[in-house]
Design a protein around this ligand. Structure first.
Ligand SMILES: Cc1cc2nc3c(=O)[nH]c(=O)nc-3n(C[C@H](O)[C@H](O)[C@H](O)COP(=O)(O)OP(=O)(O)OC[C@H]3O[C@@H](n4cnc5c(N)ncnc54)[C@H](O)[C@@H]3O)c2cc1C
Length: 420
């Protein structure tokens, strides 16, 4: 039976960082991973390029985690985006910044990130036990007993659970940690998909699959309320909508859909122009370019393939010359360009989501140490903790920061116990 100071379960970004911190404070650490490699999901991030973190401020980071954001104030302060960048740079990896503050390895290859983690784990003699799938965790007196699916037993004084969420299950993140956390008394909040494409009822939209709407504004309507979301690129698909602006907003939308059922999505094709200004422009343009067809004119505002289906949808003939368009039709067009209503009727299943929203309740975790408030010397790191972030490198930073704090806190407690 092997005995360790700290056992870390799951070798994703959260678990690797926790193990590195634990061992660097002089502890004997084992990292348990059910796959035969570390960071299997990490390798897939940003289409294999890995959007490691973001250069934005702490306040933006907290905002990106929505109503759960303030829980992360301490961990993002203790191990910030800059600290994470320094960690990789000190270990020989060049990084680069792209649009919206997104940080990538200079190679734009996730493998470079995984290689650094492997190198540091090796240099620090972390005992990495591959093909070990934790099945059962039990606290017996001062120690934990960890038992695998093959009945291999490991004893550890502290345990960090970093088994991830439940998306892209083939990477190993199958939700085992949620079951284990429940078995020791923790509550797991509802698991919902985050960063997920959405279904739209209007079939004419499905026929436009593959069309990208560049820099459109979005808002949603539910009950009697309307909420403005962000702007960006939207991709039409055979089932509805996806693309950066949808994946960014889907966490909020999914929550609202679960309460209100179908909700309306309004697309603003020209968010930079106010409705009154656009109304005046249309009147002037329709007079000056009176012989142009509506179809040709609208290429100023819409992708070509979208024009006929959109006009058919509001019963205006695309072949009409601008001087034949009636006032009613012009106002209808204005309304559509500023606020095309679509019906959101659902979202894709969890396995197609980038991130799991929900997990071990934050109320039961100490935000300064990541230690369980219910079981002493038990820590959590990464996606297993409830509360998911938006796209842009925020979720990997969450995994690394919580891993850093969990590993350090586990080490500190052991040190205090040794000196007592
Ligand atoms: C396609 C895709 C692209 C993404 N791109 C980005 C991006 O560019 N930037 C970003 O910030 N975020 C991105 N994310 C989110 C990011 O990958 C996660 O937030 C992050 O991987 C979570 O890290 P983690 O360590 O908590 O869990 P994981 O990375 O899921 O690692 C958990 C590990 O635990 C292991 N494990 C599970 N159960 C057991 C068990 N019982 N015993 C032993 N081991 C176990 C698993 O095999 C796995 O290796 C993306 C996600 C997906 C799916």
């Amino acid at each position: 039976m092997k005995k360790y100071d700290i056992a870390v379960v799951g070798a994703g970004p959260g678990g690797c960082m926790a193990a590195i911190q634990g061992v660097q404070q002089g502890n004997k650490v084992i990292l348990l991973e059910k796959n035969d490699i570390i960071g299997r999901k990490l390798l897939l991030t940003a289409n294999g390029k890995c959007n490691l973190t973001n250069s934005s401020t702490l306040e933006v980071f907290l905002e990106k985690f929505g109503k759960n954001g303030s829980f992360y104030r301490d961990v993002f302060s203790e191990f910030s985006n800059q600290d994470l960048m320094n960690f990789f740079q000190k270990n020989g990896l060049k990084l680069k910044e792209k649009d919206d503050g997104r940080i990538f390895p200079f190679t734009e290859k996730s493998k470079s990130i995984v290689n650094v983690l492997l190198k540091v784990l090796e240099e620090n003699n972390v005992d990495v036990n591959y093909n070990y799938c934790l099945k059962h965790l039990q606290k017996a007196f001062e120690n934990f007993e960890l038992r695998s699916t093959k009945n291999e037993v490991i004893i550890a004084q502290s345990v960090v659970i970093a088994t991830g969420g439940v998306t892209y299950k083939f990477t190993g993140s199958t939700g085992d940690g949620f079951r284990i956390a429940k078995s020791v008394g923790h509550q797991v909040t509802d698991l919902k998909p985050g960063g997920v494409p959405l279904r739209v009822s209007e079939e004419w939209v499905h026929d436009l699959k593959g069309v990208t709407l560049e820099n459109v504004g979005l808002s949603i309507g539910y009950g009697k309320k309307k909420k403005l979301l962000s702007s960006g690129n939207l991709l039409l698909t055979h089932f509805g909508v996806s693309g950066p602006v949808i994946l960014d907003s889907s966490n909020t939308i999914v929550e609202l859909m679960d309460v209100h059922g179908d909700i309306k999505l309004y697309i603003d094709f020209v968010p930079e122009i106010r409705p009154e200004t656009l109304g005046v422009c249309l009147v002037e343009d329709f007079q000056k370019q009176s012989k142009k067809s509506l179809r040709t004119y609208l290429t100023n505002h819409l992708p070509k393939s979208m024009i006929d289906p959109l006009l058919n949808n509001i019963s205006i003939d695309p072949k009409k010359k601008l001087n034949q368009v009636t006032k009613k039709e012009r106002l209808n067009l204005l309304e559509t360009l500023k606020s095309l209503p679509l019906t959101l009727s659902g979202y894709l299943p969890m396995d197609k989501a980038m991130i799991t929203c929900g997990g071990v309740s934050q109320k039961e975790i100490n935000p300064r140490t990541m230690e369980s408030k219910l079981v002493g010397n038990l820590f959590f790191a990464g996606e297993i903790i409830s509360g998911c972030g938006g796209r842009g490198g925020y979720n990997l930073q969450q995994a690394f920061s919580t891993g850093y704090v969990a590993g350090n806190s586990a080490a500190k407690i052991l040190k205090n116990n040794k000196t007592m």
